[in-house]
Design a protein around this ligand. Structure first.
Ligand code: FAD
Length: 305
């Protein structure tokens, strides 16, 4: 069995695995997509000590750092179930069962989908989720940002510097972003904000040509002509497979204490899949280190192991 089995290979998982391997204990990582969300990030300027890097470049250096240690890396594998017996068992979607004294869950998060007609059909044909990655593709064009929270308003401010015009659609009657972001947004000449707008369809032929929404005040359906739609309605934690085993909050985030402990002894969690206040690379890495040191502490205190 493993001493520490890390589920998830993003910044949190890579950090947890390296910290564990440095203790000389048997460490494994199961990761669906090594690097996690960082793969989808273009420029990163807030990893302290690294002035600027790019997502894929940073993932390559994470992978090289992990490869420097005796870590059993199982890529393109998804965990389907976790159960505490004498050891903790992690069953993969392919049916294999891995056993470990401790497990660190670091399965991250993904963008929430609108779930309207046209969204899936036009994904990467005008429907985008990552302004940092796809913003430049819409240079000089008209786009919408769906979502009036911090991520939506940040995306709109970002895109306004690249594209011709940005329409922000917010389903509620007001934006939910921090006031400073709203003030910045409203100071921009090429941004329109539409509130009470319930997106009903992404339209297009070979690529996106517009978006329909229902005006929640009048009940009328309206259509705007656009070249792109950025969906910014939140991040969903990748924790569905844990709902019958690990305690989650109402957002589906794993509830952890300040040591990264979950409700199951020997099971720890770190990063965007947890109820941490902020979701960032450096924060996930710190949480991964915390969870790893807590797992080590658990191992040396467990007489039965
Ligand atoms: P993730 O990066 O989400 O990694 C999760 C890992 O778990 C992946 O390997 C995934 O494949 C795996 N996984 C999921 N489910 C399973 C399963 N069932 N079984 C096995 N493996 C599984 N942060 C910054 O600090 N600076 C930035 O500039 C920045 N820009 C961003 C731009 C974009 C477009 C996005 C999407 C995010 C950005 N972030 C940025 C946020 C940052 O990427 C995340 O906070 C960080 O990646 C979280 O790390 P994580 O390891 O917790 O999760």
């Amino acid at each position: 069995p493993f001493d520490v089995l890390v589920v998830g290979g993003g910044p949190a998982g890579a950090s947890a695995a390296i910290y564990s391997a440095r203790k000389g204990i048997r460490t494994g990582i199961v990761a669906d997509r090594f690097g996690g969300q960082v793969n989808d990030t273009l420029s990163i300027e807030n990893i302290i000590g690294t002035k600027a890097t790019e997502g894929p470049k940073f993932v390559a250096s994470l992978e090289a750092h992990v490869a420097d240690y005796e870590i059993d890396v199982m890529k393109s594998q998804r965990a389907a179930r976790i159960e505490k017996k004498d050891l903790i068992e992690v069953e993969l979607e392919n049916g294999a069962v891995l056993k470990s004294k401790t497990v660190i869950l670091s399965t991250g998060a993904r963008y929430r989908q609108l779930g309207v007609k046209g969204e899936a059909e036009f994904k990467n044909k005008g429907v985008a989720y990552c302004p940092h990655c796809d913003g430049p593709l819409f240079k000089g064009k008209d786009v919408a940002v769906v979502g009036g929270g911090n991520s939506g308003v940040e995306a709109a401010i970002d895109l306004a510097g690249i594209v011709n015009h940005v329409t922000v659609l917010q389903a509620m009657d007001e934006l939910r972003a921090d006031q400073v972001l709203q003030d910045r947004l409203r100071s921009l000449p090429n941004v329109t904000v539409i509130t009470d707008a319930l997106t009903s369809e992404v339209t297009g032929d070979s690529t996106v040509n517009g978006l329909s929404y229902v005006d929640r005040v009048s009940g009328e359906e309206k259509h705007i002509e656009l070249d792109g739609v950025f969906v910014q309605i939140g991040l969903l934690p990748n924790t569905e497979f844990l709902k019958d085993s690990v305690e989650l909050n109402k957002h589906g985030e794993i509830i952890v204490d300040r040591n990264g402990k979950t409700n199951i002894p020997g099971v720890f969690a770190a990063g965007d899949c947890t109820d941490s206040a902020h979701k960032q690379i450096i924060i996930s890495m710190g949480a991964g280190a915390t969870a790893s040191l807590s797992a080590f502490d658990h191992i040396i205190r467990s007489v039965e192991l």
